[in-house]
Design a binder for this molecule. Structure first.
Ligand SMILES: [Zn+2]
Length: 214
């Protein structure tokens, strides 16, 4: 089973990916992990990536696609995988389409966790980080709102710039605009499972499973 997972930042993609990976005994693959592993293994592509990223540049689509192909076809992913955070553009979607077409034992699901922007803003603006130990909390989910549940420091929470409402709304709209095009690209070709990602975590899980069974 192969899953291509789409979802806005803050929608809970990581949580669902982890759950699906355990449930179906497949690996959760993110582009960040692929890049880190390639650099660590010092493969030919990995060395190239190291050189590019050390100059502060973005890894070009063709190199990223090469790494993704290596990863998806590797022995440890032969039972399947969840690909998270890719493709983000139509060019990448076309490259991935080519890679997936060569995959043996295809059973591919495209899942889109739909985000309600207001819910995500509500979640993320209540996020705080402990300035003493770095623990991240949601103020709505802890009982003592001025005490870090990890290191017990008092009044140590700070709000990160990234968690300001205007920054979150901007990030969401950038995501929506680019992903909208990618989803349109797929819509004519495959069935996309659309689940509301901002429901309760348990119902999101159930809705995804039910859609996969159908
Ligand atoms: Zn702390």
């Amino acid at each position: 089973m192969q899953i291509i997972l789409f979802g806005a930042p803050g929608v809970g993609k990581g949580t669902q990916a982890k759950y699906l990976a355990e449930k179906f005994k497949i690996n959760h693959i993110s582009t960040g992990d692929i890049l880190r592993e390639a650099v660590k293994n010092q493969s030919a592509l990995g060395l190239k990536v190291k050189e590019i990223t050390s100059r502060g540049e973005l890894v070009p689509d063709n190199i990223m696609a090469g790494l993704i192909k290596e990863t998806l076809f590797s022995e440890k992913n032969k039972n399947g995988f969840i690909l998270d955070g890719y493709p983000r553009t139509i060019d990448q979607a076309k490259l991935l389409e080519q890679i997936l077409s060569e995959l043996p034992n295809k059973n591919i699901y495209f899942i889109h966790l739909i985000a309600d922007a207001d819910v995500i803003v509500e979640r993320l603006t209540n996020r705080r980080v402990c300035s003493v130990c770095g623990t991240i909390v949601n103020l709505n989910l802890i009982s003592k709102k001025n005490e870090c549940p990890n290191c017990k420091s008092a009044d140590s929470f700070i709000k990160r710039k990234d968690d300001e409402e205007s920054v979150i709304r901007h990030r969401l709209s950038v995501y929506e605009n680019t992903t909208f095009q990618v989803l349109e690209f797929y819509r004519n070709k495959v069935n996309i499972i659309e689940v509301n990602g901002t429901d309760q975590i348990e119902s999101v899980k159930e809705n995804i499973l039910a859609a996969i069974k159908n």
